[in-house]
Design a protein around this ligand. Structure first.
Ligand SMILES: NC(=O)c1ccc[n+]([C@@H]2O[C@H](COP(=O)([O-])OP(=O)(O)OC[C@H]3O[C@@H](n4cnc5c(N)ncnc54)[C@H](OP(=O)(O)O)[C@@H]3O)[C@@H](O)[C@H]2O)c1
Length: 218
């Protein structure tokens, strides 16, 4: 089994929200944090989002560094039910780097656009989706940029190797979208743990970097 290493990037309020209740998230963090995210994109083989983020934000997911990277990362959408539109700008930007769509069934409309369609036989496993993606593209690392639902699946399966958490000094409240969706935990001993390895000031924001601590079954 070949799995890419996974970095989860989150840009949140102080209370761990990635968007307002209406889904507005651009921009929670300031320019310095966003420039750092571009560098993180350039440092990974792929950049990925869940279908919800692709639908809400219509992102390009390119690495916009100065100078630009010698190779653009793969840009990936994880969308089992094929809810994204072939009209999304990502699927019309092949000149800006390769694009993959990880899904369960046929996706002929996307293949016709030059998108690498990665079919995964399992709906219940983010791990299986990553495996299928690595087998199809040869990537060794991926920066996942959310959103909360897809991030929760990766956390629940113990797939997050590294966390890059950008924290802005604002408060969005309980109606804001959580950084990590429901995990169904009952006990603290069931929680995934991370070890903080650095904290960096980025203007008004903070970048906290964490690495995974091996999980002991409760
Ligand atoms: N501030 C930030 O850093 C940041 C980053 C990203 C997004 N956002 C915001 O977050 C919101 C979108 O987040 P979201 O949580 O609604 O959506 P999301 O996590 O981006 O996407 C959720 C979707 O991912 C798909 N998916 C694919 N594989 C999955 C798996 N193994 N397990 C679970 N789901 C899987 C599912 O759709 P299928 O059933 O079709 O597979 C699911 O509905 C937007 O408002 C966006 O602006 C903020």
């Amino acid at each position: 089994m070949s799995l890419p290493s996974v970095t989860l990037k989150l840009a949140t309020s102080l209370d761990g929200r990635i968007a307002t209740g209406s889904g507005e998230s651009q921009w929670i963090t300031g320019e310095a944090a966003r420039a750092q995210v571009q560098r993180l994109r350039a440092a990974h083989d792929a950049v990925g989002v869940g279908a919800g983020t692709a639908l809400a934000d219509d992102p390009l997911l390119t690495a916009r560094t100065d100078p630009p990277p010698s190779t653009q990362p793969w840009r990936v959408v994880f969308d089992r039910a094929l809810r994204v539109s072939p009209a999304a700008q990502l699927f019309h930007s092949r000149g800006a780097g390769p694009v993959a769509l990880v899904t369960l069934g046929e996706a002929d409309a996307f293949a016709g656009l030059g998108v690498t369609v990665v079919r995964c036989g399992r709906a219940d496993s983010a791990t299986a989706m990553l495996e299928a993606l690595a087998a199809a593209t040869g990537i060794g690392s991926i920066l996942v940029e959310g959103g909360g639902v897809f991030a929760a699946a990766l956390v629940a399966e113990g797939r997050i190797d590294r966390l890059e958490w950008f924290r802005a000094p604002i408060v969005l409240g309980a109606e804001g979208r959580p950084a990590i969706g429901p995990l169904g935990l009952q006990r603290l001993s069931e929680a995934r743990r991370f070890r903080r390895v650095s904290v960096t000031d980025l203007g008004e924001d903070l970048q906290e970097t964490y690495v995974r601590v091996e999980h002991k079954e409760a």
